[in-house]
Design a binder for this molecule. Structure first.
Ligand code: PLP
Length: 399
């Protein structure tokens, strides 16, 4: 079949592909320890489920406004106010089928052929393909571990051209868990203030999964003058264990939000009315679920970082947020497996872990950073402990 050229430009999400591979191996009877998961292993809180059931019972089962119900947008406005110190009018907020869809629509609304999008690496796997699907050109900027995997003002300034349309900032980051300090954001903001044609996408989907004191600093909290150029995206998937409800949101300049709404009106009309009722309950209700999850993630993080850091071939810095660790495996590359294969790349290493130890991880090149692999700690402590032991054995078997 003759498919559109844009389909050939992109690849399926590597994390979705990895999850599929794990499902297949499990179906064949292999006992895989799966550290690829990109979603909480907790269940959606009961009061959120109850709000969805109540919405169905009330007959809230019809189309909603394209940009989401006013109750949900009011709840989002409160959250954004608390987080950024800015009070967004509800008509500058839009709600879509997951943050992923909202980001995609924002790119669709703004990119023409040749427009550049600066993506600091390591990056969430979807950004480059979303840019390509919308005719843009991803400009990947390597952010080495020595810089905390973070974009520096110098690297940002060097990457900006007349064709730059967006800079993507994702903090806490998937895959590294790194986030910018207020001082680092100040320096980035100073560069951005000098380039008024550049929009900034701040993907804050992991903002509540944060292990440092206080809230994670935000670009708008540091420099509210950028509000006319920043599109904030977030959602309920990770914070409230609601990945399957498909509900995310964005807030930004009126013209951009209007364009996203226009596209959404032709693509999906609106996100699910029931998911919107559930998300409203999640955002406005008791937040103790979030605190409990973060405490559990933190204990797991501490355990696996320690276990992985004890493996001589690996290096593992401590993530400040999110539920992933990005682990260096350079010390294992160039070494030989018991089957005689020389491990040349992080992808070889990930395959070796899967085949020899039945531990599934995602290789770093998928995030734009070869020489690493990502482990998710959104899985039980027992699985994590056993997986780290198997990784240690697999490393010890290398010659
Ligand atoms: N942004 C980042 C950095 C993510 O890791 C993910 C999910 O993996 C998303 C956005 C998408 O979240 P949602 O479920 O709201 O579409």
């Amino acid at each position: 079949m003759a498919l559109a050229e844009r389909v050939h430009r992109i690849k399926p999400s590597p994390s979705t592909a990895a999850a599929q591979r794990v499902r297949e191996l499990k179906a064949q009877g292999h006992e895989i320890l799966d550290l690829t998961v990109g979603e909480p292993d907790f269940d959606t809180p009961d009061h959120v489920k109850a709000a969805a059931v109540a919405a169905i019972a009330r007959g809230e089962t019809k189309y909603t406004p394209v940009n989401g119900t006013s109750e949900l947008r009011a709840a989002i406005a409160d959250k954004l106010h608390e987080r950024h110190g800015l009070r967004y009018p509800v008509d500058r907020i839009t709600v879509g089928g997951g943050a992923k869809q909202v980001i995609f629509l924002a790119l669709m609304a703004t990119l023409d052929a040749g427009d550049e999008v600066i993506i600091p690496a390591p990056y969430w796997v979807s950004y480059p393909d979303m840019v390509l699907a919308n005719d843009g050109t991803p400009v990947v900027v390597e952010c080495p571990e020595a810089d905390g995997f973070k974009l520096t003002p110098d690297r940002l300034a060097a990457a900006i051209t007349d064709a730059t349309r967006w800079v993507v900032l994702n903090a806490p980051s998937n895959p590294t868990g790194a986030a910018y300090t207020a001082d680092e954001l100040r320096s980035l903001a100073d560069v951005l203030l000098g380039h008024p044609h550049v929009l900034v996408l701040t993907d804050e989907i992991y903002d509540e999964i944060w292990y440092e004191p206080g809230h994670v600093p935000t670009l708008l909290g540091v420099e509210p003058r950028l509000a006319e150029r920043v599109f904030v995206t977030n959602g309920v998937s990770k914070t409230y264990a609601m990945t399957g409800w498909r509900l995310g949101y964005g807030a930004g300049p009126a013209e951009l939000v209007g364009a996203v709404n226009k596209l959404q009106s032709q693509i999906s009309s609106c996100p699910s009315s029931i998911s919107q009722a559930a998300a409203t309950a999640a955002l406005t209700g008791d937040q103790s679920f979030v605190r409990e999850c973060v405490a559990v993630y933190q204990a797991r993080r501490d355990r696996i970082v320690k276990m992985l850091a004890d493996i001589p071939e690996l290096s593992c810095s401590t993530p400040s947020g999110g539920f992933y660790a990005f682990v260096g495996c350079a010390g294992a590359l160039g070494r030989r497996t018991p089957a005689g294969e020389v491990l040349r790349t992080d992808e070889d290493f990930a395959r070796y872990l899967l085949e020899s130890g039945q531990v599934a991880v995602i290789h770093g090149a998928a995030y734009g950073s070869p020489g690493y692999f990502r482990v998710s700690f959104a899985t039980s402590s027992d699985v994590l402990t056993e997986a780290c032991e198997r990784i240690a054995r697999a490393c010890a078997d290398l010659t």
